[in-house]
Design a protein around this ligand. Structure first.
Ligand SMILES: [Zn+2]
Length: 395
């Protein structure tokens, strides 16, 4: 048994002061005022020292860390990425692939599939987010245009038919065959997510009507309102903002999306339809000026974000989840409860895992983060095991 005492426990709608969380068998057993609970002498007691105790963060979009990239197609590399991100409070993730050849994407999915359900002492790997190759060549960002292509069932069916290995796919809804791809994804309970797209409003809405229910890194790499003849017409961005059926990813690293736009997203989508995602690349955890790969693209860490080496575009972030939570509070003005919800319950719900993850309630997995009032990550607990503790020398 483990007990986390003296915490300010972040619930779905409020903060429970001076509460403790009791953990048994990898699950949350009870949440109660610290003064009202007795625990056995042999229980491990963790003193949160007045810090926040929150559900573990679930990152739906992460490419890498520490110079390593999911496209290396290696379980060992995935384990290193998963270990790095526990220091940012991530307890579960869906690693993202990028546009590449069929063979490279297949190899990356093989590795992610093998990593699902394994305990590396890092964030749990829940499945793959296939980002590309079915994207717009005009909005491919750091993804290599030479490999971008239209959906081809003979290519994607073998990817989708890996039982439980794929959880999301990002696609451009305007491509020929995109609606049939959405059907194929939904049949296998894989989330179709719109992104890297130049779709107009009609094309976006048609995809949403067909079942597209998520938007990949809202604001980044998607069409926005533009003047057509005498009239201003919405793009994919405004359609995603306006439609309640769509959950949106938000790279709230303070660089990808301007604080004013973060506030706009909160106003439009509310606290229940935003998932904070890092979109972290191999540059995460590297020093400023370090170069790294994202698939075949080359990036450099510059001013706290990944850039193309020529500075022409962003190449994912170098953020961790706790930084995104902090930014939503400090830059976007949302409450801590809501910011945590966007990092935990919402992504868990998107994945259909809200019965197990995303909240501190009895019977849910004991995936828990403890952080100070100044957003310093103190501890990350996964399945009832303390997998990260802030190093003593920096305390
Ligand atoms: Zn992307």
């Amino acid at each position: 048994m483990m007990v986390i005492i003296n915490g300010r426990v972040i619930g779905p709608r409020s903060i429970l002061e001076q509460h403790c969380v009791i953990i048994e068998g990898g699950k949350i057993k009870q949440i109660a005022p610290t003064s009202q609970v007795l625990w056995p002498e042999d229980a491990r007691v963790i003193d949160a020292q007045g810090g926040f105790v929150a559900p573990g963060f679930v990152d739906l979009h992460v490419h890498g860390a520490l110079g390593h990239d999911t496209m290396e197609g290696s379980v060992e590399v995935l384990a290193q990425i998963a270990k790095f991100h526990i220091a940012g409070g991530t307890t579960a993730m869906t690693p993202a692939t990028v546009t590449d050849s069929r063979e490279k994407i297949t190899a990356a999915l093989d590795a992610i599939g093998r990593a699902v359900g394994h305990n590396f002492g890092g964030a749990q790997i829940l499945g793959a987010h296939i980002e590309g190759p079915y994207l717009s060549t005009q909005k491919c960002g750091a993804q290599p245009a030479a490999f971008v292509r239209a959906p081809d069932p003979t290519e994607y069916m073998p990817w989708l038919e890996r039982e439980g290995a794929v959880t999301q796919m990002t696609l451009a809804p305007e491509l020929p065959g995109a609606l049939e791809l959405i059907d194929a994804l939904l049949e296998r309970e894989i989330i179709p997510s719109g992104g890297h797209t130049v779709a107009n409003s009609e094309q976006t809405r048609a995809a949403i009507d067909r079942g597209l229910c998520q938007a990949t890194h809202l604001f980044n790499a998607m069409s926005a309102a533009t003047k057509v003849g005498a009239f201003r017409m919405p793009g994919a961005l405004e359609t995603f903002l306006a439609d309640d059926r769509v959950m949106v990813e938000l790279v709230a690293d303070g660089k990808h999306v301007h604080p004013e736009l973060l506030r706009l997203a909160v106003r439009a989508k509310g606290a229940d339809r935003i998932c904070l995602v890092t979109d972290a690349t191999a540059g995460a955890g590297l020093a400023d000026g370090s170069e790294f790969n994202v698939g075949v693209a080359r990036g450099v860490v510059r001013d706290g974000v990944g850039m193309k080496t020529d500075g022409s575009a962003l190449v994912g972030s170098v953020a961790t989840m706790i930084q995104l939570v902090r930014n939503m509070v400090e830059l976007a003005g949302v409450t801590l409860v809501d910011a945590v919800r966007m990092a935990s319950m919402n992504p868990a719900r998107a994945l259909g895992l809200s019965g197990h993850k995303g909240g501190l309630e009895p019977q849910r997995d004991a995936d828990i983060v403890v952080f100070s009032p100044s957003f310093v990550l103190e501890k990350t607990v996964i399945g009832g095991r303390v997998e990260y503790e802030r190093p003593v020398e920096s305390q």
